[in-house]
Design a binder for this molecule. Sequence first.
Ligand code: FMN
Length: 324
Amino acid sequence: MLYDPITINRLTLKSRLVMPPMQTGRTDLGHVTDDLVNYYHERALYSKPGLIFTEHSCITEAGRAAKEQLSIADDGMIPEHRRLTDAIHAAGSRVFVQLNHGGSSAVPFDDGEIVSASAVVNLRKPSPRMPRPLTVPEIHELEDAYARAALRALEAGYDGVEIHCAHAYLLNQFYSPLSNLRDDEYGAACMENRVRFLLETMEKVRAVIGADCPMAVRLGGADYMPGGSTEEDAVEAARLIERAGADLLDISGGMCGYIRPDCKEPGYFGSMTEKVRRAVSIPVILTGGVAKLADAERLLAEGKADLIGVGRALLLDAHWAEKA
Ligand SMILES: Cc1cc2nc3c(=O)[nH]c(=O)nc-3n(C[C@H](O)[C@H](O)[C@H](O)COP(=O)(O)O)c2cc1C
């Protein structure tokens, strides 16, 4: 099952094993290094995931989420990303970029102001500075920045694009009622408003990548915190995201990050992916706590997801799948 192929839009993956995006700390202040190229090449070569997501890349320098975060914020980064995609393709895997803006958790090099949905301190990575709520024209400018970054990714040879709306980063800050206190059309009064920024971004990204290029969304569907987003919200959002043209749904946590506080079992977001999968017809990725091949196979057999992400086990050992 895990090594069965699956088709995402025009792209056929040779297996359902996914290496999820993981910031490695191997960049040189956001630039690609030999170490980073080798890291991805080895994981593609020895563990043969059908799909690798490279670590989140900042779409603007103001949205940088960590000093070592990879950048795709200007055209000068295209040849550097080309080194990553070439190395992964040479080893036989497909590769998507992950586009991100840190919002209230951003740490820009120039120490400039940080922005978010509302003036709410980031629950996951609190900054000493209070974020400023984005104006509507600024939201539209950032949507354009996502689209420009997506175009760079295609020029760099990526097979698809993932928009990051999880783990308490900017788009997730609009999605979660814990960080979105707005009362305009991007506010938390209804799901359409909570995902409006994401859906408008998807529309602009689609316009530049074309109809047949795979577009994924990583949705931090539930916060698992009082007053936060819920698995039921994730189902509602997933329907809207599918309708807006996503080809792949990559499910993870919201304000709780990639860990689920109340559950540690392999595939700990499985209760959410199962519900989401029943509501949509596009493929769904389940990631979290899977470190054994048998667990990945079982989660697929149980219908929890269509693809399984294995993160930390692959981060620690490029030969993980061979050994497993
Ligand atoms: C060191 C590290 C860096 C991560 N960086 C990212 C990232 O850049 N983007 C993202 O969406 N998730 C990121 N994650 C979350 C992983 O993609 C994954 O969801 C998480 O590790 C849970 O899966 P696992 O139990 O198989 O490791 C990161 C996780 C770790 C451990």
